[in-house]
Ligand binder design. Sequence first.
Ligand code: ZN
Length: 203
Amino acid sequence: MKIICIGRNYADHAKELNNPVPSKPLVFMKPPSALLVNNKPLYYPEFTNNLHYEAEIVLKICRNGRHVQPEFAHKYYEQIALGIDFTARDVQNQCKEKGHPWEIAKGFDGSAPISEFINLDRLMNPGAIEFELTKNGEVVQSGNTKDLIFSFDTIICYVSKFFKLQVGDMIYTGTPAGVGPVVVGDELAGSIEGKPFLTCAIK
Ligand code: ZN
């Protein structure tokens, strides 16, 4: 199982970090050990002083495939979840400045909380999925997948040119504006279409 992530996939988020809007999907990965399931807490890592949340809709891959063509892309996912792409922003900025890879800033243990998965056909609006993240009860991120720069199908086609998609792989599809820091004691909660899906306490 692999965890594929798409960066800068909402224009408002690219703008808030002063990043250009990409012309192709920006792809990175996290190792399976990054997953945090069952609403477990995240222990604040000692190597960062600027840990950020990024709430994202996550696809689960349901069939194997390479070089997926656009007309078949929708057959590769049936379920979505809410995930958080935790990022050590200070470490990431150091990596970017030096032109180094991002993995230590993005793929550390517990950096990928994930909720239960739900079938797309159980959603009110699978083509425009509303999701939200609160921090200590206050809304910090509100997203809608209709605002994705690269759609689910486009991501499937692009990623499968490089990496064989395999059943059980997950794709974190990018975060909307509103990313920000957490401190020990914070409580994050994520919802999809108004229903609670995920909680993550910072310890
Ligand atoms: Zn992200």
